[in-house]
Design a protein around this ligand. Structure first.
Ligand SMILES: [Ca+2]
Ligand SMILES: [Ca+2]
Ligand SMILES: [Ca+2]
Ligand SMILES: [Ca+2]
Length: 497
């Protein structure tokens, strides 16, 4: 009994399964009946009614207008999206933004790459049954902006600080007392930002830029807990750049300044202006100078360290300054009355063409922050003084006078003078185009150096004779210095009775 009832129940269950399956097979096999599953809702269509032209250049503030139509219903809302972030149709992580508006003022991003950037804008309508326009309206264009500008950048208390009316001087180099804090202040605007605020980023030298922020001031070294570094001795650049609401940045503005004042040295003696003093051979020229360093005076832990002196680009001596003494004064002398190995020895700088060249005396001062290791490198401070040492001799032709006419046999007479020594030699020539130069050493007793007798000199006159004779002489002093220029006369020769 029980088993029959079980079988009957099983057969009934099978029938329940098979009958709907058969019905389903029957229905799907019939084309006419399948149309009841077709979506009869037509999708909406979308268009941009006002937008930048395709691939046009347009300001980053873009007012877009759009609308949509739905042939069998009505549009209830729109999606819009920017750039190539549009996901496949129906994806769940849609960047589409829902709106019921048919216009919006957008601000396109430009970012730091430049002042223009290509964008694509998409918009699609949604109909009353939630169906999306499968082909969104789209436009691609280049948005541009003008980068922000830094209008002012200066150091507080520096020569460009207009608030510091006493020291304001745009032409001055800005030097900062070593060890004191440095504060920069700046401002800027975005020319096409309609007053929108800009952000700033800054750095010193080649350090990384600080993150963008609203600050318009920075202080080095910054008080804790910030960590802007101490600024070392030397030349530095502070940079500021701005970023507008599109992300566009300007090329950084910079402010140049020097940390640590140069030592300041002065030549006190000689009192004559540089380049004017002639020191006679054998005399002594004495230099006195002073130097100081502003950091030392102001007690900022810097200060004068060394003085180097040079003569004619040769290092002579270095003096280390006692840091306790503050201002530094010292002196040095030069004279020919010492041996040539002595660092006080000086001689005439003779030129083969005659005369002599000036000497160049230099003081180089450096402070404790100075980095140059020797006089061959750029000094921190350099004072120079130019002077002449040794007076060149002079000569004079006594007979004949310029333009005279003489007999074929005659004696030429000349003389010379050296006001700070003696004449050592004469050099002379008759008719330099025809004969060799002679040198006569005065200290050789057999030589009479201030005259020369010529015999049978050819008369002068019209060609083929030479028109005139020429005699040249110059003197040399005991310091080896030749007279600055030749003494020259022209004369005529005629047969005498
Ligand atoms: Ca529809
Ligand atoms: Ca801008
Ligand atoms: Ca200094
Ligand atoms: Ca002389």
């Amino acid at each position: 009994m029980m088993s029959f009832r079980r079988l009957a129940a099983g057969a009934f269950a099978m029938a329940l399964l098979v009958i709907p399956l058969a019905a389903l097979l029957f229905l799907t096999g019939c084309r006419k009946q399948a149309e009841i599953f077709v979506d009869r809702n037509f999708p909406p269509d979308t268009r941009l009614t006002s937008a930048p032209g395709p691939y046009s250049q347009t300001n980053y503030r873009i007012h877009m207008y759009w609308d949509g139509i739905d042939s069998d219903g009505f549009v209830v809302a729109y999606h819009f999206a920017w750039d190539d972030t549009v996901p496949p149709y129906g994806a769940s992580n849609s960047p589409w933004r829902l709106t019921t508006n048919t216009d919006t003022l957008f601000k396109a991003l430009i970012d730091s790459i430049g002042e223009t950037r290509r964008h694509t804008f998409y918009v699609r309508a949604i109909d009353n049954e939630g169906k999306l326009d499968p082909s969104p309206a789209r436009v691609r264009f280049d948005a541009w902006t003008v980068a922000p500008q830094i209008d002012s950048l200066y150091r507080v208390g520096g020569p460009l600080d207009k608030a510091d009316t006493l020291n304001y001087d745009p032409g001055r180099k800005d030097t900062v007392l070593m060890g004191t804090p440095i504060q920069f202040i700046w401002g800027g605007h975005d020319p096409d930002g309609l007053g929108a605020p800009i952000q700033y980023s800054y750095r010193i030298d080649s350090n990384p830029f600080e993150p963008y922020g609203d600050d318009t001031t920075a202080t080095y070294p910054s008080p804790p807990p910030d960590s802007l570094p101490r600024v070392s001795s030397g030349t530095h650049f502070f940079y500021v750049k701005g970023k507008d609401e599109t992300g566009a940045e300007n090329f950084p503005e910079n402010y140049k300044f020097v940390m640590n004042f140069e030592p300041d040295s002065h030549i006190i003696e000689p009192e004559e202006p540089t380049g004017t003093l002639v020191v006679l051979d054998g005399d002594t020229i004495r230099f006195r100078w002073s130097a100081h360093d502003k950091e030392e005076v102001e007690g900022q832990g810097g200060g004068l360290w060394q003085i180097w002196i040079n003569l004619d680009n040769d290092f002579l001596k270095g003096f280390t300054v006692n840091p306790e003494t503050g201002d530094y004064v010292d002196e040095w002398y030069f004279t020919s009355n010492v041996s040539q190995s002595d660092s006080h020895y000086i001689s005439s700088r003779n030129s083969p063409q005659g005369g002599n060249a000036p000497h160049l005396f230099e003081i180089w001062a450096r402070d404790v922050e100075g980095t140059f290791e020797g006089p061959s490198e750029t000094p921190v401070d350099r004072e120079t003084y130019t002077f002449w040492y040794n007076k060149a001799p002079t000569s004079e032709i006594v007979f004949p006078a310029d333009g005279d006419t003489v007999c074929p046999d005659f004696e030429i007479l000349w003389d010379g003078e050296d006001i700070d020594g003696e004449i050592a030699a004469y050099q002379f020539v008759l008719d330099p185009w025809a004969s060799a130069y002679r040198v006569c050493q005065v200290d050789l007793p057999e030589q009479a150096c201030t005259s020369w007798t010529y015999e049978d000199i050819e008369p002068t006159g019209p060609p083929p004779l030479h028109e005139y004779h020429e005699f040249r002489v110059r003197a040399q002093d005991n310091a080896g210095c030749w007279e600055e220029s030749w003494n020259t006369i022209r004369f005529y020769v005629e047969e005498c009775e």
